[in-house]
Design a protein around this ligand. Structure first.
Ligand code: C2E
Ligand code: MG
Ligand code: MG
Ligand code: MG
Length: 283
């Protein structure tokens, strides 16, 4: 992210640099041990099918229960994990864990269409590690419906090396996973890439979904119709209010995700939500 790089550069001129970097070093060594100490948790945020208000799937999101700092959101350690390469073991962990959870939910629910789970993948994983083999290995170990493991990739990631990214993504799709373009509208993407990559869905960044910016509704409408014209489904991120949901329904967006429907939650909470939704559907 250009924004993050810029932020780091400004950081270097601050007198607190030393304390700051010692802090980061401590955090880095803590993060090295966090996985084996089972401090890393996978939470699941519901994604709702707008046509019938049912739970269509979940996005797996990492949290770190740090022994002294408390629960850290992804934004406070994923960038560090990316810089240090620790994102490789972390990424494998969340992929494996989320796929197993998905298999369990599909077995319990047997719903049609089957529930999906999406997992975020960062550039380090795509570029420096054999993501294709990781996905292949995970899919061979778990029994899930084709296309229900979704891999989320951000625009900036795809832009770094489009040729290579296209190859890897095509292969991952052939293996039976599906692909979502994350945070759409925030990067410097060329619209041409939308055609060149085999994305099944676009996740519209929350800045277009919620807020009272004057141009926001126009941009939202345009992004939804662009996605649909290209044969992709839309997942709207950051739906926080009744009005957001109402607007998205009017635009025929397929899915919404956001605090209006639920925060990232534990598997127990997710199970309760699924049971409640199933009861509602049966009524
Ligand atoms: P993301 O993939 O775009 O995930 C959506 C983020 O928006 C999550 O933040 C989620 O908690 C937050 N969110 C959801 N609904 C709302 C809403 O209604 N309003 C607002 N204001 N925010 C909402 P989170 O969990 O802190 O994750 C931040 C980012 O960290 C993620 O953005 C993703 O890029 C990255 N991340 C999280 N887990 C993983 C992971 O397992 N691997 C990788 N590589 N990155 C991850
Ligand atoms: Mg995501
Ligand atoms: Mg996103
Ligand atoms: Mg994001």
């Amino acid at each position: 992210h250009a924004k993050r790089l810029g932020g780091d550069r400004i950081e270097a001129f601050r007198p607190s640099l030393r304390a700051h970097s010692e802090d980061m070093l401590a955090l880095e060594s803590d993060l090295r041990r966090a996985l084996e100490r089972e401090e890393i948790k996978v939470l699941y945020q519901p994604i709702i099918r707008l046509a019938d208000d049912t739970v269509a799937g979940f996005e797996a999101l990492l949290r770190w229960d740090h022994p002294r700092r408390g629960r850290l959101p992804a934004g406070e350690f994923i960038p560090l994990a990316e810089r240090t390469g620790l994102i490789i073991p972390l990424g494998l962990f969340v992929l494996e864990r989320a796929a197993r959870q998905l298999a369990q939910w599909q077995e319990e629910l047997g719903s049609e269409p089957p529930i999906f789970v999406s997992v975020n993948v960062s550039s380090r994983q795509l570029i420096r590690h054999d993501l294709i083999n990781d996905v292949k290995a995970v899919l061979s170990r778990v029994d899930i419906a084709r296309g229900t493991l979704k891999i989320e990739i951000t625009e900036s990631l795809v832009m770094e090396n489009p040729e290579y990214a296209a190859k890897v993504l095509t292969r991952i799709k052939e293996l039976g996973a599906s692909l979502a373009l994350d945070d759409f509208g925030t990067g410097y993407s060329s619209l041409a890439y939308l055609q060149r990559f085999p994305f099944d869905s676009i996740k519209i960044d929350r800045q277009f979904v919620h807020g009272d910016g004057k141009e926001r509704p126009v941009l939202l409408r345009s992004i939804v119709s662009l996605a649909h014209d290209l044969g992709m489904e839309v997942i709207a991120e950051g739906a926080e209010s009744d009005a957001d949901v109402h607007e998205l329904r009017g635009l025929k967006a397929e899915y919404a995700q956001g605090f209006h429907y639920g925060q990232p939650m534990t598997t127990d909470e997710a199970r309760k939500l699924l049971a409640r939704k199933l009861r509602q559907a049966a009524q």
